[in-house]
Design a protein around this ligand. Structure first.
Ligand SMILES: Cc1cc2nc3c(=O)[nH]c(=O)nc-3n(C[C@H](O)[C@H](O)[C@H](O)COP(=O)(O)O)c2cc1C
Length: 201
């Protein structure tokens, strides 16, 4: 199962990215069947959406679209900019095909300088996920600058919330696809019995 984390920060020293990485790492460590990858949108040369068919984009834009389309689950993080998500994150969602997230579980993370925009998760991010007919899971995380120190996430409560969010995403995947704990069981050839209950040749 492929879990993609998306950090929608345009900053190269991003708190959002730290939070998204924490959640994705927790999922991959706890559930060996989960393959985690984090995309920092700042690292990709995404063109602006110009309305063309999504299949016609090339280069980094194509690569990022494909990674999201191929993912089974997504954790999306964004800094709050002007009371909502960032422009580069919106651009990614504009670039995606309409069915890119159909039926997939999505965990949401926002980072911010203040308490003021906590409800942006409900009023801005969830409708965006809703457009794609994905499942925004309960337990979205809102982390503030004071929860980070020296380039690290230090708040135990936020760390626990991120781990719970990761578990909620994997739990949803398990309800869709079956248990993800441990390596998948090898297929074992079964002997068949004849009508007398003896092993068939
Ligand atoms: C252009 C800009 C706009 C911002 N707007 C808000 C805002 O409306 N509300 C808020 O609480 N914080 C706001 N912030 C603070 C960021 O959300 C906060 O510093 C966040 O942790 C940055 O995340 P990053 O390190 O991943 O880029 C803004 C920061 C910038 C640079």
């Amino acid at each position: 199962m492929k879990l993609i984390g998306i950090s929608g920060s345009p900053s190269s020293r991003s708190k959002t990215r730290i939070a998204v990485e924490r959640a994705v790492r927790h999922a991959a460590e706890r559930y060996p069947a989960v393959e985690g990858e984090v995309l920092g949108l700042v690292d990709y040369n995404l063109v602006f959406c110009d309305g063309r068919d999504p299949s016609l984009y090339e280069g980094d834009t194509r690569r990022v679209i494909d990674k999201v389309v191929e993912a089974d689950a997504v954790i999306v993080g964004t800094p709050i900019y002007r009371a909502t998500y960032t422009g580069i994150l919106k651009n990614l969602f504009d670039l995606l095909p309409n069915d890119a997230l159909l039926g997939k579980p999505v965990g949401l993370i926002a980072t911010a300088g203040s308490d003021h925009h906590f409800l942006a998760i409900e009023h801005e991010l969830k409708p965006l996920v809703g457009f794609f007919q994905a499942h925004a899971l309960p337990g979205a995380v809102y982390a503030k600058n004071e929860h980070f120190d020296g380039g690290e996430l230090v708040d135990r409560g936020v760390i626990r919330d991120l781990e719970r969010l990761a578990e909620a995403v994997v739990g949803f995947l398990e309800r869709q696809h079956g248990p993800l704990v441990g390596a998948s069981a090898p297929s074992i050839e079964r002997r068949s019995l004849d009508e007398g209950g003896r092993e068939a040749k």
